[in-house]
Design a protein around this ligand. Structure first.
Ligand SMILES: [Cu+2]
Length: 277
């Protein structure tokens, strides 16, 4: 197939795709196609960049899984969003009428296009299945405790307007201060004495309602030593905005010292198990 024969056959026989693209609507569709590709690239760049600069630092395995999920969902959504905006833009441009113009006659109804229908069903099913499986796997990973270290249970009690933390595994003392051991799973048992609060550790991807008369369990593994935020994320009364404190994540020995300094007894079996993990 040489270029010459190709050209001559094109001039002689009608070419459905080329003919359609040479109409005003076809040119517009071609332009919109380019816009969709450019938009996809821009949305991908935004979807990757924005979480990096806007989300808190990562201080736990849960937050890590949350951020990965946000990234994967942003990447999957970018071309879909670009396509929807592209079709909307095409429709607005192509069917636009001036103020004095008569609306056009209704076009003949579209009865079906098997190729488009199959492509649409297959692509959206695959995409949905992928996101569903990814989401469930991420959810499972955040709720499964690592077997390498003994978990520590911490009871969290909200009340207007402070948090109290109890350490039943380490002598059963209570404190308004929260400290966690690094690289050990932590199980929070969250409840409230009065109204509904919400126990929120932004850097650890933990946010769970504290309901009166109910204990809700949530777990995570802190992965970074340091000081992070504790907030109440449920409007719980006049001083809700002051219902905040900090959480210290401490290495093994510092954690044991902290427990002792607060009148507790460090769980020595946990330290022995945890030090090798
Ligand atoms: Cu509160």
């Amino acid at each position: 197939m040489t270029p010459e024969t190709d050209e001559s056959s094109e001039t002689l026989t009608p070419h459905p795709v080329r003919d359609r693209l040479s109409t005003p609507a076809g040119k517009l569709a071609l332009g919109v196609g380019v816009v969709v590709v450019v938009l996809t690239v821009l949305l991908l760049a935004f979807g990757i960049w924005w979480p990096l600069v806007s989300l808190p630092t990562t201080a736990s395995d849960t937050e890590d899984a949350v951020k990965q999920t946000i990234l994967v969902f942003s990447i999957a959504a970018a071309p879909v969003m670009a396509l929807v905006w592209g079709i909307a833009y095409y429709s607005l441009r192509h069917w636009r009428r001036g103020s004095g113009e008569e609306p056009p006659e209704d076009a003949p109804p579209v009865r079906g296009n098997n190729r488009v229908a199959v492509a649409w069903v297959v692509v959206s099913s695959l995409l949905t299945a992928f996101l569903l499986i990814w989401g469930l796997a991420a959810l499972t990973s955040t709720t499964t405790l690592s077997p390498n270290a003994k978990p520590v249970t911490i009871q969290v009690t909200g009340q207007q307007w402070l948090w109290t933390f109890s350490y039943p595994d380490d002598g059963g003392f209570s404190s308004p201060e929260l400290a966690l051991p690094k690289d050990r799973p932590v199980i929070f048992e969250v409840t409230s004495l009065d109204v509904i609060h919400s126990f929120w550790l932004p850097e650890m991807g933990i946010k769970v309602d504290a309901n009166p008369s109910v204990t809700t369990t949530v777990s995570t593994t802190p992965t970074v030593a340091g000081v992070f935020n504790v907030r109440c994320a449920e409007l719980c009364g006049l001083n809700h905005s002051y219902m905040q404190t900090s959480v210290q994540v401490l290495d093994g020995n510092d954690w044991a010292s902290w427990i002792t300094a607060h009148g507790g007894t460090p769980d020595t079996t946990a330290a022995a198990e945890g030090s090798n993990g």
